[in-house]
Ligand binder design. Sequence first.
Ligand code: DQA
Length: 144
Amino acid sequence: MTKPVFILNGPNLNMLGTRETDVYGSQTLDDIADLCNDKAKTLGMIVDFRQTNDEGELVNHVQEARQGACAIILNAAAYTHTSVALHDALRMADVPIIEVHLSNVYKREEFRHKSFVSPVAQGVICGFGAQGYELALDAAAKLI
Ligand code: DQA
């Protein structure tokens, strides 16, 4: 059976649609999940789309991806900039990892310029809003 692409979303992304819409846009996370499912269909892939506000749970999802996923698309949100635990889990993942951010983190505060995900990711897509997830699926399709 084909393994899904895990699309993992970190803290506060469940608030999309109402959260700082000038930065993150007006689409909800459900809208983005729909976009991803549609895009995946065109690529002959399936996605397992998840969100958690909990760092440990995000680590558990990455550990699960080792066996259960063909690739990881990860918007770790604020944990991107803080989590050594997430970095360590990703190092073990053994599947392609694509880091995504809705906003261009390099145009924003300096604390967002540091990523614990980037050193273990195949590549980074940021600043294209929800379209970044679709671009990441294109990249995943090429990598797997
Ligand atoms: C984000 C950027 C992060 O700096 C921030 O903490 C988020 C969202 C983005 O998608 O642009 O929560 O990952």
